[in-house]
Every structure is written in C-alpha cells, then in structure tokens.
Design a protein around this ligand. Structure first.
Ligand SMILES: [Zn+2]
Length: 74
C-alpha cells in the first residue's frame, strides 16, 4: 500500500490521469523536450483520499534500470 507523502494516509492505487481531447493518456520520457523518442511508458497513479495528493511513479524495473544508467552516464 502506497503511503501519502503529505499526510501519511493510505493512498488509493490503480487510479489514472486522462488528457482530454486525447485517448493517449500521458507518457513519460527521459528528456523534457522529447516527444516520441526515449519513451518510458505510462506512470502508475495513486490518489490520497484524505488530502488529495496525487502520486505518479514508475513501476517497471527495466525502465528504472535504464534511468539509473542514464544518471551514471551523465
Ligand atoms: Zn494525504
């Protein structure tokens, strides 16, 4: 169970974020100006039912390893 970083409450996982006017949802990239290259997939979403904090995170181990390598290389 994910805990809220703000208030410590249990968060509701399995939520989603939708970008209206598109069914694509949101996609993370490994560079802020990248649109189609370096895609990292969609984030997981949890929302705190107490304070409303929205948490986004990446669960895929391969993606996290890729980012860790990028950090080392920079
Ligand atoms: Zn909270």
């Amino acid at each position: 169970m994910r805990k809220c970083l703000r208030c410590g409450s249990d968060m509701v996982e399995g939520c989603g974020i939708r970008v209206f006017a598109s069914n694509a949802g949101i996609t993370l990239t490994d560079g802020e100006n990248k649109k189609f290259f370096g895609r990292l997939g969609s984030p997981k979403v949890a929302i705190c039912p107490q304070c409303g904090e929205v948490s986004l995170w990446v669960e895929d181990r391969n993606t996290l390893d890729k980012l860790a390598k990028k950090l080392k290389d920079d």
